[in-house]
Design a protein around this ligand. Structure first.
Ligand code: COA
Length: 300
């Protein structure tokens, strides 16, 4: 039977995530990093499917999902959150067909910037994206530290902070910070993070001014984190480390752009180790990466 490419449905999301986990672990194990992915609830995929179903596609053969693609759009930015093909079916053109369909999503929305984050060591994905006009631009490293090690060097919280709420004033501050860092508003994504994700969001203040935000997961992961000016990134990251260390999680992690000198220095000084090297790939230069830490390769 020929492979069918069709828009994803809610009931596809769980099996699609199983495929994503298999595909990530096959890749990271082949490259000596061991299994890096585990199954998580499909909250962001579900939110995005309701918000903009044109961005989610499956490749299917006789009822079996062989590939999955998921993109989102904010303003003039199209972001490819996931593109994965089942390990036994890679190299047969499925990835290219899925990429074509999600690229139509970019075109339909008039996106100027197309971007994604992929594995630095995946020659196939990077080659495929270069062929589609998206070029490797920015290294990003996932860092991790045990709570025990971090507690020995724990920084003081350096900025006043308050829980993020779904209020006009907080959403306005968040939109302003994202405009400064990423060039687009991600108001819909903040509403999702604040109301549905189970993450703890905080706003950072210098005096009365809201100068940044961060989200911290119950599992100790920091991100996204954004600040209005590069000079606040160090204080914001140290405050987030402080909050994450007190969240009770056994590990604390963050995803740090390779051009964010201040954050990288703080991460290493606090015993954090690089666990996975990744790279941002995009059509054009965009974003102020000394002011923003992405959440993960999919949410960005
Ligand atoms: C990356 C991935 C989605 C691609 O899907 P696929 O179905 O395997 O790829 P396709 O067969 O459609 O296309 C492969 C293309 O990659 C490119 N490619 C492959 N190896 C390459 C290399 N060493 N150098 C440069 N380009 C290369 C070529 O353009 C090739 O197309 P061609 O064979 O027609 O020349 C899939 O391999 C996968 O799931 N990999 C593991 C997970 C992953 O890294 N996903 C991307 C996360 S953002």
């Amino acid at each position: 039977m020929p492979i069918v490419y069709r828009p994803a449905r809610e009931q596809d999301l769980a099996p699609a995530q199983e495929l994503v986990v298999r595909s990530v672990n096959d890749l990271t194990e082949r490259h000596g990093f061991g299994p890096m992915a585990s199954l998580r609830p499909t909250l962001f995929q579900s939110f995005s499917l309701k918000d903009d179903p044109d961005g989610l596609w499956v490749a299917e053969d006789a009822g079996e999902i062989l590939g999955f693609a998921f993109s989102w759009v904010c303003g003039d930015l199209w972001f490819l959150a996931e593109l994965f093909v089942s390990p036994d079916h890679q190299g047969r053109g499925i990835g290219q067909e899925l990429l074509k369909r999600t690229s139509d999503h970019a075109q339909k929305n008039g996106a100027i910037h197309r971007a994604l984050i992929t594995f630095t060591f995946n020659t196939v994905s990077q080659g495929l994206y270069i062929r589609h006009g998206m070029f490797p631009r920015l290294p990003l490293h996932n860092f991790n530290v045990t709570r025990e090690v971090l507690l020995k060097r724990l920084p003081e919280a350096q900025l006043r902070h308050a829980p993020l709420e779904d209020t006009a004033s907080h959403l306005q501050s968040l939109a302003h910070i994202d405009a400064q860092t990423l060039g687009v508003s991600r108001a819909k994504h903040h509403r999702h993070l604040i109301n549905e994700s189970g993450l703890n969001g905080v706003a950072f203040y210098a005096g009365d001014d809201c100068v940044g935000y961060a989200y911290i997961s119950p599992g100790g992961h920091i991100g996204p984190l954004g600040v209005t000016q590069p000079e606040f990134i160090g204080a914001a990251f140290k405050t987030a480390l402080h909050l994450a260390a007190h969240s009770g999680s056994a590990n604390i992690s963050a995803f740090i752009p390779g051009t964010s000198d201040a954050t990288l220095r703080i991460a290493v000084e606090h015993g954090m180790r690089i666990t996975l090297p990744m790279v941002l790939v995009s059509t054009h230069d965009f974003g102020n990466w000394s002011q923003y830490l992405p959440r993960n390769p999919g949410f960005m």
